[in-house]
Design a protein around this ligand. Structure first.
Ligand code: GLU
Length: 380
């Protein structure tokens, strides 16, 4: 594939409203000195600032905490024990976040740190909380810089690699594009370092067993991910409707390079992220409860609004925050489904009331909407 064709393909990146960029440890931290590649980081931050200037929302998933911290603690050789990598992450994360803050502030952007555990992305309620926080940060123009919370994550409950974490973040944010920057420039039919027959794969339509077999390549020296975790990430991202790109970050201004037609491997998302999410909500086999609405609230939903407690006449069922509920009209026909922002017991107390009364009634300031429009899908 030619530079021009890669350049055309880069529209997938340019057209994304939300863009997630994952940076591997091997790029951020110099293998010999263990120091941060600050100058290179500055060029990436400039590229991301250019993306925000184009109107794109940007999220960074950054590795490097353990690689930076181990040098600081003098743990320079060998594989670290779990508690050593947890300690190294605690030391390194401060430095990492500081570096991102410096480079982004010089590029005129605010940064926000989010440390996630596997549980935050797998448990429905925590997932929705993290999703809302991401949304809010982006709304205020801050760039979330995300890493796994390695200090508390133990073997059984951690990702261990930021490729899959980045894919879950992209899914959580309903991002249209995820770029995985590492020291490899894309996917090959076999490991190119050991197999001279290996050829470059510019585009993957579906992550099937053939593609998975291509990913048995070597691990890079500093990070935890190899091609296998990148392909696993591609599976998660594409199923969520997100286009994913594996690209080399071994050059200054790596995002600009993709846009200019540098070769990389694209994995195409199955649909748009919003469509996938709405299909998933609509496809819930057993909604946990029902909300019956007055005609005014139904009209508001049809106009694309969120569901406010004021328009709900009655509720039934036992559901928790984040569970799927059916939305019915007064005759009992199902008109929509959505994820409830309140448990059934709290919802029962606030239905029919104005959103501004929620705090007084419940004693805490929850969401204004009972179902946010992003979490709602109209069925009829
Ligand atoms: N979370 C790890 C760190 O910041 C990196 C995981 C990975 O290498 O993908 O050091």
């Amino acid at each position: 594939m030619s530079t021009v064709e890669f350049k055309t393909r880069a529209k997938l990146l340019l057209q994304a409203k939300r863009l997630v960029v994952k940076v591997g440890s091997a790029l951020l931290v110099d293998a010999k000195s263990g120091r941060l590649n600050r100058q290179w980081l500055g060029t990436l931050a400039a590229d991301l600032a250019a993306a925000t200037a184009r109107g794109q929302q940007v999220i960074v998933v950054s590795s490097g905490a353990i690689a930076l911290g181990r040098r600081q603690l003098g743990l320079t050789s060998g594989t670290l024990k779990l508690e050593e990598s947890q300690a190294a992450a605690a030391v390194g994360q401060i430095r990492l976040a500081h570096a991102w803050k410096e480079v982004f502030e010089s590029a005129g952007l605010s940064v926000a740190q989010m440390l996630l555990t596997l549980g935050d992305t797998e448990d429905r309620r925590r997932y929705l909380n993290a999703r809302r926080t991401l949304d809010t940060l982006l709304k205020f123009g801050a760039v979330p810089v995300i890493n796994e919370n390695d200090t508390v994550a133990t073997a059984e409950i951690r990702y261990g690699d930021n490729d899959r974490l980045a894919a879950r973040v992209a899914q959580m944010a309903s991002a249209e594009c995820l770029v995985l920057f590492s020291d490899v420039d894309g996917l090959y039919t076999a490991d190119p370092t050991s197999n001279p027959e290996a050829t470059f794969v510019p585009e993957v339509q579906a992550v099937d067993s053939n593609v998975v077999a291509m990913g048995s390549g070597p691990l890079s020296g500093l990070g935890s991910g190899g091609m296998a975790t990148k392909i696993a990430a591609a599976k998660i991202a594409t199923a969520a409707g997100c286009n994913l790109c594996i690209a080399s970050g071994r050059r200054a201004h790596p995002l600009r390079a993709i846009i200019a037609g540098q070769r990389c491997t694209w994995f195409r998302g199955s649909d748009t992220p919003t469509a996938v999410r709405k299909q998933w909500i609509a496809g819930t086999l057993r909604p946990r409860g029902t909300l019956c609405l007055d005609p005014g609230a139904i009209n508001a939903l049809r106009r694309g609004k969120s569901l406010l407690p004021a328009g709900v006449l009655s509720i039934a069922g036992t559901f928790d925050r984040g569970d799927t509920v059916s939305v019915l009209d007064a005759q009992g026909s199902e008109i929509a489904r959505g994820l409830s922002a309140y448990s059934a017991s709290d919802a029962a107390l606030i239905i029919g009331r104005k959103s501004r009364d929620i705090e007084m009634v419940l004693g805490y300031r929850g969401r204004e909407e009972l179902i946010h429009r992003d979490d709602l899908v109209l069925l009829s």
